[in-house]
Ligand binder design. Structure first.
Ligand SMILES: *Cc1c(COP(=O)(O)O)cnc(C)c1O
Length: 463
């Protein structure tokens, strides 16, 4: 089958024809926007990262495995730090956190966001300076808040009046004066390519603008906590900087109101994260320098409008730093041709992982792409669906992808863009041990999170 015929098949299955797939051998292409910087397909057809072929990685460490390009991770962190010079970049640890990542983030000069006691424990265990951390969450426990205050976490982002009461009590008891921000919901709903500039009040995070003003007044009156400013995080996979413009205008309006009513100019402003990354060729992220420039201009313009001196800006990228650094390496176990209604068929390619190592397709209908990584193929491309080994029909790894017709058991398959919210949301469904995270740099592979074993699973089972 010719690629254009495959394209027709793809279109019938409800998918856009991928413009890059012109000739059959194009299924071997490694589109640079989807892969970490040191990933390439070598002359012999094998995909390599940091100079190490995936066949070697699989032979030594097994599959499935998350393979992380350390140079790429550090470069993306640095790119944010450099582009946002004069502002603070908080890496959103929930996207992927382990001790090695904590150290890289520190070495590259970023700050760090955590949102649970567990994430705080990892950050502290790796020696991250607490004053450069922020603590988020809509239901932080007394234990979590106490630990953060005792450790000297640089900012706690208040999310409710209950939490304000709790933190005030803790601060009084400990004789500390923690720095806080107030998380607002600015009425901007950001979704993939679009945002809806109407109030999105009906969700659990943050306080409406009026409530946030009331909370700010209380914090200032009681004077037990130090109020740095307001915080806004409008969502994730945002490709349109104008969503941040609306958010900044509204939060700065609140800032101006506090100045008018209280005579206080709050020194900081956090515009959150959610900057989009490319999971497939459909995604087109804003280059980081351009994003930084847009946000800087927005701040300047809005502050001038309100006659405010500019607060120090902070941003919180998560997926945009760690997401593209990693691919998941699987081994194909079975291939089934499943007939579709209109006479065509789809290859169901089962791999040795699935929804336990990447829940995002099942959770948000997230799209990914895939390629055979252990060889190049000259077979015609066919419509395929990569699925896992779990007992759910929604256990999909890549919903629609072209793979060569000769995809077979034993092939290694790589799925790029799995650095964010894959390992961090991994589960033990079906008692499948979670895969390791392997960091590759300068021709060396290092285990930074080891593979779980059946002994690990049984260790918790004390009945
Ligand atoms: C999740 C989250 C982020 C990071 O989101 P990404 O989409 O990974 O960039 C940043 N800030 C807050 C408050 C978050 O909850």
């Amino acid at each position: 089958m010719r690629a254009h015929e495959a394209g027709v098949l793809h279109a019938e299955a409800g998918q856009a024809v991928p413009s890059w797939l012109r000739e059959p051998e194009d299924v071997n292409l490694m589109l640079p926007q989807l892969w970490a910087r040191t990933v390439e397909r070598r002359e012999d057809g094998v995909v390599a990262v940091g100079g190490v072929p995936v066949t070697e990685i699989a032979a030594e460490f097994g599959t499935p495995a998350y393979v992380l390009d350390e140079d790429d991770f550090r470069a993306r962190a640095r790119e944010y730090r450099d582009a946002f010079a004069g502002a603070d970049v908080f890496y959103a640890g929930k996207s992927f956190l382990c001790k090695a990542v904590v150290r890289w983030i520190h070495e590259e000069g970023l700050h760090l966001d955590v949102c649970t006691g567990g994430e705080l424990a990892v950050a502290l265990a790796a020696g991250f300076p607490p004053e450069r951390m922020g603590l988020h969450g809509n239901n932080k426990s007394v234990t979590e808040l106490t630990r953060a205050v005792e450790a000297g976490v640089g900012r706690i982002v208040l999310d409710s009046f209950d939490e304000l009461d709790r933190l005030t009590a803790i601060a009084r008891e400990l004789g500390a004066r923690p720095k806080v921000m107030i998380r607002t919901k600015v009425g901007v709903e950001a979704h993939t390519h679009a945002y809806i500039a109407t109030a999105h009040e009906d969700q659990k995070f943050g306080l409406g603008l009026d409530e946030a003003a009331v909370m700010a007044a209380r914090v200032l009156d009681e004077d037990v906590l130090e109020l740095l400013g307001f915080h806004s995080h409008i969502g994730s996979q945002i490709f349109d900087a104008s969503a941040f413009e609306v958010a900044a205008r509204r939060v700065l309006g609140l800032q101006a109101k506090i100045r008018d009513e209280r005579g206080v100019e709050l020194p900081e402003l956090d515009l959150g994260g959610g900057y989009g990354m490319a999971y497939t060729t459909q995604d087109d992220p804003i280059p980081v320098p351009e994003l930084a420039e847009r946000l800087r201009k927005i701040m300047e313009h809005e502050c001038a409008g309100y006659g405010l001196s500019e607060p120090r800006l902070s941003v919180e990228p998560g997926r945009a730093i760690c997401g593209p650094t990693t691919f998941t390496l699987y081994e194909v176990g079975t291939v089934k041709q499943v007939p579709l209604d209109y006479g065509a068929s789809r290859a169901y390619v089962s791999v040795d992982g699935g929804m336990s190592d990447n829940i995002r397709p099942a959770l948000y209908d997230a799209s990914y792409s895939a390629t055979i990584a252990s060889r190049a193929s000259s077979a015609a491309p066919v419509l395929a669906r990569v699925v896992g080994k779990h007992c759910e029909s929604g256990d999909i790894v890549v919903k629609d992808e072209f793979l060569p017709a000769d995809v077979s058991p034993g092939d290694l398959l790589a799925v790029p863009g799995t650095g964010a919210y894959a390992r961090s949301m991994a589960s033990n469904y079906n008692h499948v041990p979670r895969p390791p995270v392997l960091a590759v740099a300068d021709g060396t592979v290092r285990v930074i999170v080891r593979r779980e074993t059946e002994d690990d699973l049984l260790r918790l089972d004390v009945g």
